[in-house]
Ligand binder design. Sequence first.
Ligand code: NAI
Ligand code: MG
Length: 492
Amino acid sequence: MQRYQMYINGQFSDASSGKWFDSYNPYTGDVWGQVAQGNADDVHRAVTAAHTAFTTGPWPQFTASQRGALLRTLGDLIARDARKLAEYEVRDNGKLIAEMAAQLRYLPQWYYYYGGLADKVQGTVIPLDKKGYFNFTRNEPRGVVAAISPWNSPLLLSSWKIAPALAAGCTVVLKPSEFTSASSLEFVKLVAEAGFPPGVVNVVTGFGSEVGAPLIEHPLVRMVAFTGSDTTGRAINELAARHFKHVSLELGGKSANIVFADANLDDAVNGAVSGIFAATGQTCIAGSRLLLQDSIHDQFVEKLTALARTARMGDPMSLDTQVGPITTRPQYEKVLRYIDIARQDGAELLVGGAPATRPECGNGWFIEPTIFSGVKNTMRIAQEEVFGPILSIIRFTDEDDAVQIANDSRFGLGAGVWTSDIGRAFRMSERIQAGTVWVNTYRALSYMSPFGGYKDSGLGRENGIDAIREYLQVKSVWINTGAASANPFTMR
Ligand code: NAI
Ligand code: MG
């Protein structure tokens, strides 16, 4: 059995409790490895190391260009080991090798991009309204960052935090999800190999209450970067607020994928399927509400259900597989609960609606791709994030109706619009309250493009130039250039 220690101050170590917890392979339902079960003592060790690295270590002596060079080296090492890292991810979280291999091949770009950005962070000279002073700004790193990541795309979503944090000059304590810790502990070996000094990146493994919460509360942590559920995000935000810590929160959604009658329907069917069944629906940007204009509703449903029925399920390591298992046992149970809730609330089941009993699914945590029609936007299945392969179809009449339904949600992460009318594409992208709007595509992401949520979908932005600002704070410096000494009893 593979065992994973945590990584603190450049060294692998057991948990101070000496305890371990199991990590499962969702495809077989079996335990495949064990991970050190951290607690507040381990958090304290890691945060102290990160703080020492930030204040007195060699890290603050590095120029921004040197930090950038290290980030690019790390990107090269990830590229070298991409396939191996992808396989760890698949074993631990059950997502398809096809998706994870592509994700890991793309991941180095985050380190190249933020490596390039590191030495382009500049202050400004303020054209001051007062004579006899020179005033300028400095962008300084916030300090120790707590990065807390979920299980659905562990290394990608951790990198969205680690790369800009290091470019800014911060140090990091990463707490990966207890369901998928292995890949982070493989990744951190590359951080060391790239030449980052000890303490700059640390990984503490364990559960939310035992590691996550003490990490946020630790007085030497200055920022919390989190991706996960809105429930946990709210708890984290409250805890961080008590200590005036900056947060960035990416909290999932209930994204509307809106198909107008004037759209290319075959493209839109593909977009609807990729929006909800890719990654087994376990993505924050899942297009879980499909809004169909009345006049094409029946025709669209026919094409969509036909395509959904062809989805191949099975071994996530096989390149032929299109829909893999649910990553965690609790998540599997949650998805099944929501199928019951949708039925009880009167939604009409068109496809799926049960655990997959196909032989190729073995003992894994598989659920059939599921489609409900006749969903009302007030139903729980349309308002709450399921995070699984469950699609809700909602009808609309016209543009105003579509906007009203799409925005009638406490979430606002993403939205898709399918239309051949260019004016409508622009109007819709303006009227929809979401951090990302895709027109005639869905689930497109780039390290360059800001990503984040409106409303309950979160705070702050990841990716792009905007993200590095989350990790920086602005200092205003005043230099007296005047000769005369001023009256001490007045404001200058
Ligand atoms: P979660 O939001 O509870 O966990 C995410 C991370 O936060 C994990 O590393 C966890 O250990 C940590 N955490 C949990 N409680 C904490 C606390 N009190 N203080 C600090 N850290 C804490 O997500 P979970 O339980 O894995 O999944 C539950 C639901 O969250 C899913 O059903 C899905 O709806 C949603 N989710 C959303 C994701 C997204 O990308 N927005 C990703 C994963 C899950
Ligand atoms: Mg696992």
